[in-house]
Ligand binder design. Structure first.
Ligand SMILES: *Cc1c(COP(=O)(O)O)cnc(C)c1O
Length: 355
């Protein structure tokens, strides 16, 4: 097995998916399993499906295409607003997409008509996080325009908080969707099928009994993949964590001073480092760097070690308290969402499935 590698415990991910599908299902809420955090890595996607997830969502059309090529037939949604330039692929490979721009939806309509398909559109509403979405006061008019398009089915409304603006989901900001849906039903005499109320962070509203009646979908990635909810800075109750572990190999161990010798300029990334002189230190280098991983998202499993920093290809650890560490040893790390995302994206990191 090549190193570095990320070991993924498929049963744990299946457990998380199954737990959340059942927990939300009892309350009439479906889970869209979001696969972008693992680049739609097929064994993980299959674990989600075995756990009971029926619909999938990914932000990259390439991931969706790969899932189709692998034979996945479940409904898949593109959850990043489509680019007009990818409209043709989007209607061909995805069943639906999240949208906020009428010109994009018109492009999807054109392409869908060409191949005789109907593409589902969930209109995103910005309730304050200031990432994607139509402002609430514009929703009714935009829906009116969508309803006039052939090749498009208006499926419902969605919102996303916590990702960009770090705005927490609340009863009030989620209720905006439900109220808008009621207004749409009244004005246009249609049924709004889907109210997609948020992501992993919105699970906390269910637990507190604060999810507005009417929300019937959440799009969940992190909660299934890692059992964590970074927006609320917590573990998701009922799920397991440690679903993934990074394994790296030690390529140097030496006692060196903790304060560099010579005049300090800038590091390889243009930053001016600050050092504390802690005297001589046993330092290990592992073969992994910033090209592969967001280092800040790693935590050594052995808490006697400390990550000092990294350059593109080398990560340096203080192993003063671990006299047994030698060249060739394996050092393991727990990963957060950002570290997982970067490791799964890196072509230099081997992906290994354990059961
Ligand atoms: C990434 C993403 C999600 C999933 O978020 P998690 O926090 O991983 O559950 C849901 N919706 C949209 C639009 C996203 O971009």
């Amino acid at each position: 097995m090549r190193r570095p590698c990320i070991e993924i415990d498929i049963e744990k991910i299946k457990h998380n998916a199954n737990y959340l599908v059942n927990y939300c299902g009892e309350k009439g809420i479906e889970i869209m399993g979001v696969t972008k955090g693992v680049c739609a890595y097929l064994p993980v996607v299959q674990a989600m499906l075995e756990g009971g997830v029926k619909k999938l969502g990914d932000s990259r059309i390439q991931n969706i295409m790969a899932l189709r090529e692998a034979g996945v037939e479940n409904p898949i949604y593109l959850i990043r607003i489509p680019m007009i330039s990818e409209a043709q692929d989007v209607v061909y490979y995805a069943d639906g997409s999240l949208n906020s721009e009428i010109d994009v939806i018109k492009a999807l309509a054109r392409e869908a008509k060409k191949i005789g398909k109907v593409h589902k559109v969930i209109l995103m509403v910005d309730v304050g996080d200031l990432r994607e979405g139509v402002m609430p006061e514009d929703v009714l008019d935009v829906v009116g325009e969508i309803l006039n398009l052939e090749g498009i089915e208006f499926e419902g409304l969605g919102t996303n908080v916590g990702c960009y603006g770090a705005i927490l989901p609340s009863y009030e900001n989620t209720k905006i969707l439900v109220d808008l849906a009621a207004n749409i039903e009244k004005k246009y005499g249609i049924k709004v099928k889907t109210i997609s109320g948020g992501n992993t962070a919105t699970l906390s509203l269910i637990e507190r009994g604060k999810l507005p009646e009417g929300v019937n979908q959440l799009r969940v990635g992190e909660g299934i993949l890692l059992g964590t909810d970074v927006t609320n800075f917590r573990k998701v109750p009922g799920t397991v964590q440690d679903t993934m572990k990074l394994k790296t190999e030690v390529i140097e161990v030496k006692v060196k001073p903790s304060y560099p010798i010579g005049e300090i300029g800038r590091d390889a990334f243009g930053n001016i480092p600050v050092y504390e002189d802690k005297g001589p230190m046993r330092r290990a280098i592992v073969a992994l760097g910033k090209q592969d991983c967001r280092i800040e998202g790693l935590k050594p499993v052995d808490d006697r070690m400390e990550i000092l920093g990294a350059s593109s290809d080398h990560m340096i650890l203080d192993v003063t308290k671990c006299p047994e560490i030698k060249v060739g040893d394996v050092i393991e790390f727990n990963v957060d969402y950002a570290a997982m995302l970067s490791l799964m994206t890196s072509g230099y990191v081997e992906k290994v499935v354990i059961r």
